[in-house]
Design a binder for this molecule. Structure first.
Ligand code: AMP
Length: 225
């Protein structure tokens, strides 16, 4: 019997809890997680041709060209003999189109957390730069506002955690991603999960995947990770 590999994509804005949800999927469904950012970083570390081609774009904060990305990701996915979950790819419609031709995706899950919630969560973060200790005004406040518990030194808000930076990143994400989501919606393989927190979304993701991944796919691939 030939087993069909289960192919899934997870999408979600920065700060949506995509990392948390992905690691729960990996654990509960024994599925291989591939992150395009991690793959690129490892290619750069190993000084491969793709890594060299990608480096300057990443350093400048730009997207790596589609042809470099597509070859790299398809090259990673093609030999896999187990169910997989792709994260960070595709980021453009041409990437989505080529991926769908070469590796027909079964489901695309998108985490839809209101921007307001993401902004509130991130902008509450304050860091003690020398130690890396992170506080949150709401969830983990320092004993004295604005001051590190251990050293008494002032806390700083990283540029990345400032409201205007988060806002800009979210706008850029939606602008870039909306056409990719539309592409998958047209194919009727897009599943949207709405909620405020990972814990709220997770049971729905779990239930959904339980209906999509067949028990045979799950057990047969269990030994591969
Ligand atoms: P990430 O860790 O997903 O934020 O990726 C880090 C960087 O790698 C991004 O800022 C892009 O420069 C590049 N990158 C990752 N995935 C892609 C992709 N699908 N298409 C183009 N560039 C990508």
């Amino acid at each position: 019997m030939t087993l069909k590999i289960f192919r899934a994509i997870i999408m979600g804005p920065p700060g949506s809890g995509k990392g948390t949800v992905s690691s729960r999927i990996v654990k509960d469904f024994n599925i291989k997680h591939l992150s395009s950012g991690d793959i690129l970083r490892s290619q750069i570390l190993n000084k491969t041709a793709a890594g060299m081609a990608a480096k300057k774009y990443i350093d400048e904060g730009n997207l790596v060209p589609d042809d470099v990305m597509v070859n790299l990701i398809i090259g990673e996915l093609h030999p896999l003999k187990q169910n997989w979950l792709l994260d960070g790819f595709p980021r453009t419609v041409p990437q989505a189109e080529t991926l769908y031709q070469k590796e027909p995706v079964d489901v695309v899950m998108t985490l839809n957390i209101p921007d307001k919630i993401i902004i509130n969560r991130i902008k509450g973060r304050w860091t003690h730069a020398p130690s890396g200790r992170i506080y949150h005004t709401e969830f983990n406040p320092p004993k004295v506002p604005g001051v590190d518990d251990v050293t008494g030194e002032p806390l700083l808000q990283r540029d990345d955690d400032k409201e205007e930076t988060v806002n800009r990143r979210l706008q850029a994400y939606w602008k870039l991603t909306q056409p990719v989501l539309d592409f998958y919606r047209e194919l009727s393989i897009l599943e949207e999960f709405k909620g405020k927190y990972s814990n709220e979304i997770w049971p729905h993701v779990h239930k959904f995947l339980s209906t999509k991944i067949t028990p045979t796919q799950y057990t047969e691939y269990k030994g591969f990770s």
